[in-house]
Design a protein around this ligand. Sequence first.
Ligand code: CIZ
Length: 309
Amino acid sequence: MTKAIYNSIQEEIQALKKKRNAVILAHNYQMGDVQDIADFTGDSLRLAQEAKKTDADVIVFCGVHFMAETASILCPDRKVLVPDLAAGCSLADMVRPEDIRKWKSEHANGVVVCYINTSAAVKAECDYCCTSSNAVKVVRAIPEDKEVLFVPDFFLGTYVKNVTGRDNIELWRGYCPTHMLIQSLEIEKLRKSHPGAEFLMHPECGCLTKSMHLADKIMSTEGMVRYVNESSAHEFIVATETGILHRMQKDNPDKTFIPASPQSVCQYMKMNDLEKLVATLENLQYEVKVPEELAKRAYRPIERMLELA
Ligand code: CIZ
């Protein structure tokens, strides 16, 4: 059989997508050309919700491993594929299921809230899941007399503690190395050199503990994207992984977006590319399938979050 000839790799991906009845989901931190070919771009929660709604037989998740696991948990009857199995998450790797079991055994009154950046095996040990857009809401829903064990992101946990004013929150000491690069000194300089710019900060940022007061808004990536579309400001300092600037700039060509730290590039997010996407669709590789028993347990904290959100 002769191989079809395409004018561009994008055309080839579109043809393969049709052949496989696939949907392509891309996280806000993906490379621009991967975001552009995707059917939906968003944060992990929005993408998982799109996965749940889709009629497609195949879900290609361009993001990192825990995100594909979440899609597999929510859509057990679909084939969930990732272009590169090595695209992991350093933050998610900072806590293991046995750590949670030990933590719980030391806090009999504790309720464990895990950030979505955790493995399915960790989620299965937790009571509630949350994202950066609903962490405050999730924690507020937990009775005041219960101790909250927040895992794994120390900075997001600190933000939640600050906003809710709750003292009984224990924080795991995990962090995202990419967001850790965003530090207060750079922020202070940028605020001075761009006095008219609005400053948007992601709650995973390393500067959060010192410079929370400097932010106009502290938001998830999806919150930021929505916000810049609606704001009347023309200039924004954006403190998160730089991949998000692609979507912001595309939706708002007349506005200026300044990365708080141009070095804040997640090496794992950038492992997916168009060539790998072709191989994914051609060979139906690489499948991420959370085993049924584990998926059932990991679904509970996600379901609680979705009910609240
Ligand atoms: O939930 C996500 O996708 C992450 C990791 C961050 C965010 O704020 O969107």
